[in-house]
Ligand binder design. Structure first.
Ligand code: HEM
Length: 490
């Protein structure tokens, strides 16, 4: 098996190298239909090429990335196009054209244990129907009811930090703690984890996440699953177990709600809000669809929010003056009282730091689409089936859009506008674009402000000498070696 694996890896690497060699001669806007009909093998390697390009773009200056392959903002490979020009993106996706794009089939399959056919992957009427039911669940009114669980969970995490410091352990890998905390918060917010079954779902979701990240790196590469056959199988097995447990929870919630003739008042989570909202719909979400949505919230919601917090802590460690600015703002707004939802909305400068972090280290570094029909805009022809790789990181680091200080941490650029002074409104899109804008953005900003305020009120922090800066893209934009900080109580 080891020899077979090595052979397969060599083959894949050679395919990528060939792809990159071919890519430079094929980068042109009028990609021919013939090229799209190349073997699936070739198409799939584009994702590696694209991911490699992305990583190169982050490691070096994003300038090189633009110079290396951008024609009108789009760098072309055999069947996948990288977009990093907001105006071009707007033209090919807005208005009637928005309906011409779906999610790439290759992602739908490989990420199925995570998202099933939940909102992230749904398309067409199905997507519109789900979105119509789900969006109200994320209203500020509903989110306010979840704040206490965010505070309680985070306080437990900070108690653990305090215990470490009592033992003179001041170096803390904040990524590890923040991710665990965010996973617990999102699980509680999605389906509650106070009961046994819910706890089991949570543990299995976490295990599946680890498994999938180990086995699913080469999204869409033919036979890549063979490299991690056992882990892939285990992830799918875990997926089935999670579905079974979630089905049980949903069924029991439904029965309980019927018994008390209305909503289940003790539960203030997204599942109960969805169940309640579902009652009033003509076409209801089925139990199977609710299972997929719960998984989608967990996978779509926790790591992204955790990364926004983690990268912020790193940037604040590098800019202690901003720690102080935020502490003063928290004090001004709260006068030492626990923060409530009105106070959270007044944390304006913290909002700038949130945006500036999402600009510099965007947790969702790219978005993907696939043309469901032939698309023609001006003299650009995009044949049906073409995959589009939207390089959000490149847009957020584009000097032409942001100015010479593009790589600097300057939260105040968001003082005047929610787009941070970007030359194009679509040049800042940490939560996506168009009709598919992230449904969880209010939840994430609420959680971000609560967690960051609690940390800043109790601790100050600086960067540890053991920190290695190596952002990497594994679906999300993560630090490769955690974020160790030196933390002190204040
Ligand atoms: C800082 C935190 C977050 C970031 C940066 C983020 C980013 C994004 C982006 C870029 C998209 C668009 C993807 C695309 O167009 O292909 C998206 C969609 C989505 N996000 Fe988030 N997200 C965050 C938090 C959350 C949270 C907390 C939840 C839920 C609990 C969530 C649930 C979703 C869902 C369900 C979609 C699909 C929406 C649709 O297609 O209609 N996200 N997110």
């Amino acid at each position: 098996m080891a020899a077979q694996q090595r052979h397969l890896i060599n083959l894949l690497l050679e395919m990528v190298a060939q792809q990159q060699r071919d890519g430079s001669s094929k980068r042109r806007p009028d990609l021919k239909r013939r090229q799209l009909q190349t073997a699936r093998v070739q198409r799939c390697t584009c994702f590696i090429a694209a991911a490699a390009a992305n990583r190169a773009a982050i490691r070096g200056s994003l300038r090189q990335h633009r110079e290396a392959g951008n024609n009108n903002g789009a760098a072309y490979t055999a069947a996948s196009q990288i977009y990093s020009e907001p105006e071009f993106l707007k033209q090919v996706t807005s208005g009637a054209l928005s309906k011409s794009w779906g999610k790439p089939n290759v992602f739908k399959h490989d990420r199925s244990p995570m998202f099933g056919n939940g909102l992230v992957m749904a398309e067409g009427d199905d997507w519109a129907h789900h979105r119509h039911i789900i969006v109200p669940a994320f209203s500020m009114k509903n989110l306010n009811g979840m704040q206490s669980l965010m505070v309680e969970t985070t306080k437990n995490m900070l108690d653990e930090w305090k215990k470490l410091m009592d033992m003179e352990k001041h170096e803390i890998d904040v990524e590890k703690y923040i991710t665990k905390n965010a996973a617990e918060i999102i699980a509680k917010a999605s389906f509650g984890i106070s009961q046994d079954d819910s706890k089991k779902v949570f543990e299995k979701l976490q295990a599946m996440q680890t498994m999938l990240f180990k086995s699913n790196r080469l999204v869409g590469v033919p036979f890549s699953k063979l490299l991690h056959l056992k882990k892939s199988q285990e992830a799918w097995k875990l997926g089935k177990e999670i579905d079974k447990l979630l089905l049980k929870i949903i069924t029991s919630r439904k029965e309980k709600a019927c018994m008390i003739n209305g909503s289940d008042d003790d539960q203030q989570d997204l599942l109960s809000i969805l169940l309640e909202g579902n009652q009033t719909q003509k076409k209801k979400l089925t139990t199977r669809e609710l299972v997929d949505e719960c998984k989608t919230f967990f996978f779509g919601g926790h790591e992204t929010t955790a990364l926004a917090l983690t990268w912020s802590l790193l940037l604040l460690a590098l800019h202690p003056e901003w720690q102080q600015v935020l502490r003063e703002e928290i004090m001004e707004v709260s006068h030492g009282e626990p923060l409530d939802s009105t106070m959270l909305t007044k944390l304006t400068k913290m909002g700038w730091v949130f945006n500036e972090t999402l600009r510099l280290y965007c947790p969702a570094p790219n978005a993907q689409r696939q043309a469901r029909e032939d698309i023609k805009v001006g003299d650009t022809f995009i044949p049906k089936g073409t995959n589009m790789w939207i390089d959000i990181v490149a847009m957020h680091h584009d000097k032409a859009l942001w100015g010479d200080d593009v790589h600097e941490f300057k939260p105040e650029r968001f003082m005047e506008s929610s787009h941070g002074g970007c030359m194009h409104r679509m040049g800042f899109m940490p939560f996506g674009f168009g009709g598919r804008l992230c449904v969880g953005r209010n939840l994430s900003i609420t959680e971000y402000k609560i967690v960051l305020s609690l940390i800043l009120q109790k601790f100050s922090f600086s960067i540890s000498n053991s920190y290695l800066h190596s952002p990497t893209i594994m679906l999300t934009l993560k630090p490769s070696h955690g974020v160790p900080l030196i933390v002190h109580p204040i």
